[in-house]
Design a protein around this ligand. Structure first.
Ligand SMILES: Nc1ncnc2c1ncn2[C@@H]1O[C@H](COP(=O)(O)OP(=O)(O)O)[C@@H](O)[C@H]1O
Ligand SMILES: O=C(CO)[C@@H](O)[C@H](O)COP(=O)(O)O
Length: 592
């Protein structure tokens, strides 16, 4: 019986595919790890960089190879694709793929006897007809568009007005500023671009066999979509389109269906011939990786997801649209009237890895990627590095090996001591003031979670007798398996009901995509995604409580240093900020 659903996650370092049954239980999962499987592309952590211009980008050809490989791996595990009724997926947000004039013909005529790479890639030197007008997709870590962002931020008056209209102020990685820069840097390639996809709609296009529409949730990561009016914002399109004009850019971007569960049609014959998919398999709108992640769980009011992937993101689902230049609002990927609140940090997993590696190399000359020592050091260091909270100052740091988004500052590391409401830079860290690298392990986790707490406190509510804080914290992404990170998340952020992770295996983002495929394909008339998920959700089997969230006394100590943390960010912005005023960039507000 055909009752299985396939979900993908095309993110920075991997392509993951998972199959669930209609009861939402996991059947198969497989992944392609870009660095391990495709080192021939010269990538590191999934991307190529041009530091002179702050560019970060990924080869589209690598993703084509990854699609064939992940399907091959699923098949090796026993997946029977003829049972798949629906496919959906998620892509890292903001990245754009530029299709050539030949794209539709090539996509529509794929031969199941050959690979996607053989048929769609134009070769390293463009020696044959290919489906792309540019071989690379700008990555969300790209920081090359400050000039373009400055234009976007004033296009509707100021960053507040841009955030009000599109859900976000201008950000380097957002597709609008990226398209404007692409247009300016590669005018010839822009001219011969027939369509522009996001990473999510690129992946959908491959499975559909024609260029697929951009999704209603993911479109909000472009600074081009007028959220309230549900349409492209003409003034912002005009800015990104330049001489070619609004209509030209509109036709490149295509129309955006309002329904996130819409079927775009059936799977491309390529997948029927090559992998035995049924020709009836439906392709349901693919969304961004963060919007897809919030579909992996029935999120309640004051619940928060912390996604610990390459980026760290903090996600909530809310009926309130309260945009602010400090954070992001997106359309909810399935449910009109709901929004996704998001904070996104560039220095997530890789910044933690830097400190892990420094700690490991101090104890042993051979390189190890084990987290054991990092965890041991982080949990054995006292709260805020204060052996005696009455006499010792609190250690507060910022650790940004790459330019950061929140706050918008250049790369750097800052270590400060905070006592009596006063901050002092640690000029010469020593074994007492700040032993490096050991004290950094706890300090980076505290710093990352303090930043989340500072910026999300207006969105959480009182929990019974406890002060306003999240009800539950759900950890997802690669770092969610780490018990020390979970422990620190609870200590700093709270969580009246505890810190949880998914217990279904798989990966939340791909799982959310598979659930969306199941809902979009099989939904009853007017059945909302929330009703659909609730119907099959098994709390016991699907999530696992990792540890307590709120700990009396500890949570309050972190509250006491929030003001100092905010001041530290303000200083760093004044010293190393990128555009905008310091206050706007800092973005959090200490309450009370
Ligand atoms: N045991 C662990 N402890 C902490 N972090 C981990 C652990 N295992 C994996 N990670 C982190 O997970 C990150 C990858 O997460 P993932 O969600 O798969 O990334 P992405 O979706 O961005 O490709 C890595 O950068 C690594 O730092
Ligand atoms: O830029 C953002 C969100 O705005 C990132 O969260 C990307 O969506 C990529 O995430 P991961 O590769 O870390 O999953």
């Amino acid at each position: 019986m055909a009752d299985q659903y396939l979900g993908f996650d095309l993110s920075t370092q991997q392509l993951k595919g998972i199959i669930v049954k209609s009861d939402l239980k996991l059947l198969h999962e497989a992944k392609v790890d870009f660095d391990a499987d495709f080192s021939k592309y010269g990538i590191e952590k999934g991307v190529l960089t041009n530091p002179a211009e702050g560019e970060v980008f990924a080869p589209v050809a690598m993703w084509l190879e990854a699609i064939d490989l992940v399907l091959h791996r699923l098949k090796e595990q026993g997946a029977d694709f003829s049972k798949i009724r629906g496919i959906s997926g998620a892509g890292m947000q903001h990245g754009t793929v530029f299709w050539s004039q030949d794209a539709e013909t090539l996509l529509g005529g794929l031969d199941g006897g050959k690979t996607l790479l053989e048929q769609l890639d134009g070769g390293a030197k463009g020696e044959k007809k290919g489906a792309f007008s540019h071989p690379f997709s700008p990555n969300w870590q790209d920081a090359s568009t400050q000039k373009q962002c400055d234009k976007f931020d004033v296009a509707l008056k100021d960053p507040e007005s841009l955030a009000e209209a599109t859900g976000s102020k201008a950000h380097h990685r957002f597709s609008g500023p990226q398209i404007l820069r692409f247009h300016q840097k590669y005018p010839e390639a822009y001219k011969v671009t027939s369509r522009i996809s996001l990473v999510s709609s690129f992946l959908a296009s491959i499975f559909l066999g024609k260029v697929a529409p951009i999704d209603i949730g993911d479109v909000c990561g472009a600074n081009l979509w007028d959220i309230k009016n549900g349409q492209w914002h003409e003034d912002l399109l005009a800015l990104a389109a330049g001489d070619e004009g609004v209509e030209d850019l509109k036709s490149k971007l295509g129309s955006v269906p309002q329904d996130g569960g819409l079927s775009f049609g059936t799977v491309s014959p390529y997948f029927v011939q090559r992998y035995d998919f049924s020709s009836e398999t439906q392709i349901i709108a693919f969304t961004g990786d963060n919007p897809s992640t919030i579909l992996a769980l029935p999120l309640r009011s004051s619940d928060a997801i912390v996604s610990l992937g390459t980026s760290t993101t903090f996600l909530m689902s809310t009926p309130q649209y309260k945009p602010d230049p400090a954070y992001h609002f997106f359309n909810h990927p399935t449910t009109p009237g709901l929004y996704m609140f998001m904070l996104c940090y560039k220095n997530g997993g890789l910044a933690r890895e830097h400190i892990r590696d420094a700690i490991n190399s101090q104890s042993s000359p051979t390189s190890s990627t084990s987290w054991d020592l990092f965890n041991q050091v982080a949990t054995s260091t006292p709260v805020l590095g204060q052996a005696d909270p009455k006499t010792d100052p609190a250690r507060l740091g910022l650790f940004f090996p790459r330019p950061e988004i929140v706050p918008n500052v250049k790369a750097g590391t800052w270590r400060y001591l905070y006592s009596n409401h006063t901050l002092a830079a640690v000029a010469k860290p020593d074994a007492k003031s700040w032993p490096i690298p050991s004290a950094d392990a706890r300090a980076i986790l505290e710093s990352q979670f303090l930043s989340l707490r500072l910026r999300s406190q207006a969105l959480v509510e009182k929990q019974g007798a406890l002060p306003a804080q999240p009800r539950r914290i759900y950890l997802v992404g690669g770092g969610a398996v780490n018990p020390a990170i979970a422990d620190l998340a609870g200590q700093v952020l709270g969580g009246a009901d505890g810190v949880y992770k998914l217990d279904i295996g798989g990966n939340a983002c791909a799982l959310g995509a598979a659930y969306k495929a199941a809902w979009g394909t099989g939904r009853q008339r007017n059945e909302t995604f929330e009703d659909f998920l609730e119907k099959s959700w098994l709390e016991e089997g699907f999530v696992e409580r990792i540890c307590d969230g709120y700990r009396e006394g500890v949570w309050e100590r972190y509250g006491d240093v929030l003001r100092g943390f905010e001041e530290l960010e303000g200083r760093v912005i004044r010293e190393s900020g990128e555009g905008g005023s310091g206050v706007e960039n800092a973005g959090g507000k200490v309450e009370g």
